[in-house]
Design a protein around this ligand. Structure first.
Ligand code: MLT
Length: 329
């Protein structure tokens, strides 16, 4: 009897050592198969543009394909939910933005808690936003636009990527700052919304330079202002909303990478290191610059910096959303 117990115990210990070894070996070998980088917005849009550049660079440095998967809808909260529920093994990641910090406030019945569901990898870039109209929209300046919006009494159509998307959050700030009402038209991303703005089927958008710069330069949309405190190099003719009379108006689409909660620390370190490398990649730097943005600094491309940013934005937007009485219907 004693003999049998000892050999059973020995077998068990052996197995757990082997199991632990396998897990450690898997973590050391990470990634040993393609990694999904989920973007919770439509393909061809601003977040997709950022994701594909970063995915290409991380694929190169980690020797495995980072495959971008698009899943738009509900401002991005649907796709983010898929990552929140994914296995915490480093093979399913989320690339999105500031919107993630607003989901809990905007979607009271969200089936996951963004503040608890993810493990931070790092910030990627802070994309400035631009207020743009269809090319034949009458107003020729910010001042004229605000007068026009008020005169139209809420009938001006404003394309967004849904409740919680940064294009929607910018709309909340714009309505609060101007007192003008807008009719929001949600899409699965600002990629498809831009198609309708170019087609003059909607009137106005607040969208990221990664999606607007080329259309502004080609005069396919009417440029009004940028949402950063300083003008942007590639769009230096466009005034800021602050210099247009809206003191303190500021919003950028800071993008970041998250993994599901419980992702092993080794894997997270490998990902953070590959992200930092991607942010010094000349191809990424050049493409970002042409689209009006820059990679964040090395110090910001860390899990700790993202955690800090996440908490401060949850507080900021929780208050703003409550004041605006915004909630997903
Ligand atoms: C997108 O990629 O479509 C945007 O990031 C959506 C948004 O406005 O948040």
């Amino acid at each position: 009897m004693r003999q049998t117990l000892c050999s059973a115990l020995a077998a068990f210990l052996m197995l757990s050592v082997i199991g632990a070894d396998d897990e450690a070996a898997a973590q050391r070998a990470y990634p040993e198969r393609p990694v999904t980088l989920l973007v919770p917005a439509a393909a061809g849009g601003p977040s997709d543009t950022v994701a594909r550049l970063i995915a290409d660079s991380m694929s190169k440095s980690l020797g495995q394909q980072f495959v971008v998967e698009n899943m738009g809808g509900a401002g991005g909260s649907l796709g983010a939910g898929k990552v929140a529920k994914a296995d915490p093994d480093g093979y399913t990641l989320l690339l999105y933005h500031i919107g993630v910090t607003t989901f809990a406030a905007l979607y009271p019945t969200l089936p996951y808690k963004p503040a608890e569901a993810f493990t931070s990898v790092g910030l990627v870039t802070e994309v400035p936003m631009t207020l743009v109209g269809r090319s034949d929209l009458p107003p020729g300046s910010v001042a004229e636009l605000i007068t026009y919006l008020k005169a139209q009494n809420g009938t001006v159509t404003f394309g967004t990527a849904g409740v919680g998307a940064v294009s929607h959050l910018c709309g909340i700030l714009l309505q609060q700052a101007t007192g003008a009402k807008l009719t929001t038209v949600p899409y699965k991303g600002t990629g498809p919304a831009m198609t309708d703005l170019l087609g003059k089927r909607i009137d106005l958008m607040c969208d990221q330079t990664t999606n607007t710069t080329n259309h502004i330069k080609a005069r396919e949309v009417k440029p009004y202002a940028v949402t950063t405190p300083q003008r942007i190099g590639v769009l230096s003719d466009m005034p800021t909303l602050q210099e247009s009379g809206f003191a303190g108006f500021e919003i950028t689409a800071w993008h970041a990478i998250w993994a599901p909660k419980g992702t092993p620390e080794d894997v997270r370190k490998t990902l953070a290191a590959a992200l930092q490398k991607a942010l010094t990649d000349p191809v990424v730097i050049e493409r970002f610059a042409a689209l009006g943005t820059v990679p964040v600094t090395k110090e910001l491309a860390t899990p700790a910096a993202l955690d800090e940013r996440f908490q401060s934005e949850i507080t900021r937007w929780g208050k703003l959303i409550a004041e605006a009485g915004e909630v997903a219907k």
